[in-house]
Design a protein around this ligand. Structure first.
Ligand code: LLP
Length: 463
């Protein structure tokens, strides 16, 4: 597409509207390795490449928008988590962040376990050959059919989320002549997100059984009485996009407190503790996530210390990172469409996707960055809002982004760190077709989830 001349729109600090930005970055062509996948770089011409492949070639071959996933990066992050926790702990990848059969195979090969939270995720995991005993099944409202399927398949654990479910799982397992390993998910009274954590009000939510008021202790009492289930541990998940370990510290303290109560009352030392997921990643250069080995060290120390002071054997620890494994490994590749400068405000840049492939900006006010990737540019920075093609003014991909002022229709742009909760939360809003996931590794690209087609839409619509 030819480059059309258009006014560049506002650029200078004195005319910038309110927003989540400070000054334009010194170099718009720079790629911060914190937010881009491992093998992403720019070639001599300034074109972004991933796994050695030029993004213009990816766009030509697979179309846009597309999620481009760096398999090398995925595997090395998975391995880093596995290695960091060692053989005395388990890492369950949280499939809700992004799940496909290729991903299941990579996880299997890299020695990770898998957390699923629906019949659909379970079916994907089993169909790709994940051994059932390495699967944990979660959810606050698992159906009887889902529970039956999980027990029949022989999943390693079911995480019980309510009093009713304790009985339901025990009953189904007994009916099937099995003894199902289970954990009980408790709410510890801590909800942590990003930098802060709050220690009130968080029991007012749908997950888990509160420690408060002895409810969790009562759940344990009931679980220990039932033949169909074997209680192997306590589970806690405190939030999302967490950088500060102090929330885990409080959670571990309270969970170990429960383990101690259980030991004192029943003479049983439960062998496992699961601290959930929620570890943060860098969406923009302002975020500073910790490395898996630092997180593993911190969590292991916290649990060990708490158990020593409670005179308990340290249980086997498990964690459930989703975002921190897959989030940074993918970017979304879009083509620039219309460009609309608004005087004294900013320039609206429309791309060929939007809230149907990334709902996180609209839903959580999430922050992302974006870069021109089909070429480099020395043009001055222009303040933009990158929006999608949907019929909704909240259809924003990147709220405040500096892009080069010579940006033009037909340019390719990419939003990094979209590996987690973008494809998995994608929709068909406006009957926009969900993009493919293209995995790239060592100069080869292959579709692991294909692009949706109009036939797919019409097949569901039975007329
Ligand atoms: N384990 C449990 C029990 C969970 O509920 C979750 C996330 C995870 C593990 C994985 O958390 P992660 O490490 O990926 O943060 N849609 C939201 C995130 C919702 C997460 C719900 N549970 C988002 O886009 O940020």
């Amino acid at each position: 597409m030819s480059r059309s001349a258009h006014p560049a729109g506002p650029r200078h600090a004195d005319v910038l509207p309110e927003g989540h930005y400070t000054a334009p970055p010194a170099d718009l062509n720079a790629l911060d390795p914190k937010v881009w996948a491992e093998t992403v770089t720019r070639d001599d011409q300034g074109v972004l490449t991933v796994g050695g492949i030029d993004v213009r070639r990816l766009a030509e071959e697979f179309g846009t928008p597309a999620y481009v996933l760096d398999e090398t990066d995925f595997r090395s992050r998975a391995r880093a988590w596995r290695t960091a926790f060692g053989q005395d702990a388990d890492v369950f990848y949280a499939g809700k962040a992004f799940l496909s059969r290729a991903v299941v195979r990579w996880l299997h090969e890299e020695g990770l376990n898998l957390d699923v939270c629906s019949g659909g995720e379970l079916a994907t995991a089993l169909s790709a050959g994940m051994p059932a005993d390495r699967i944990a099944f979660h959810g606050n409202n698992k159906s009887v059919a889902e529970i039956r399927r999980a027990v029949e398949a022989g999943v390693g654990r079911i995480v019980l989320d309510s009093f009713q479910e304790i009985v339901r799982v025990a009953h189904i397992a007994q009916e099937l002549g099995k003894r199902q390993r289970v954990q009980i998910r408790v709410t510890v009274g801590v909800e942590a997100h990003t930098h802060e954590f709050i220690a009130t009000a968080h029991e007012d939510q749908k997950f888990g059984i509160p420690l408060a008021g002895g409810q969790a202790a009562e759940a344990v009492r009931r679980a220990l009485r039932l033949d169909g289930i074997e209680l192997i541990g306590i589970h806690s998940h405190i939030g999302s996009q967490i950088f500060d370990m102090s929330g885990f510290e409080v959670a571990a303290h309270r969970v170990v407190g429960l383990l101690k109560e259980i030991r004192d009352e029943h003479g049983v030392e439960l062998p496992e503790i699961d601290l959930g997921g929620g570890l943060g990643i860098a969406y923009t250069s302002d975020d500073d996530p910790r490395e898996p080995h630092e997180i593993a060290k911190a969590l292991t120390e916290i649990v060990t210390r708490e158990c020593e002071s409670a005179r308990l054997r340290t249980p086997r620890i498990s964690v459930e990172p989703g975002r921190a494994v897959v989030g940074p490994t993918a970017f979304t590749l879009y083509e620039v469409g219309t460009i609309k400068p608004l005087d004294h405000l900013r320039t609206y840049v429309s791309v060929d996707g939007g809230m149907s492939d990334n709902i996180r900006t609209a839903l959580y006010d999430a922050e992302y960055s974006i870069a021109l990737v089909s070429r480099s540019s020395d043009a001055e920075p222009m303040l933009t809002r990158v929006v999608g093609k949907h019929c909704e003014s909240g259809d924003i991909v990147v709220r405040d982004a500096f892009l080069p002022a010579d940006l033009a229709p037909g340019d390719l742009v990419a939003v990094p760190a979209t590996g987690a909760y973008c494809r998995s939360m994608a929709s068909n809003y406006n009957h926009v077709l969900r993009p493919p996931v293209v995995a790239v590794r060592d100069g080869e690209a292959r579709v692991i989830v294909r692009r949706e087609t109009e036939e797919d839409l019409l097949r569901l619509d039975v007329g």
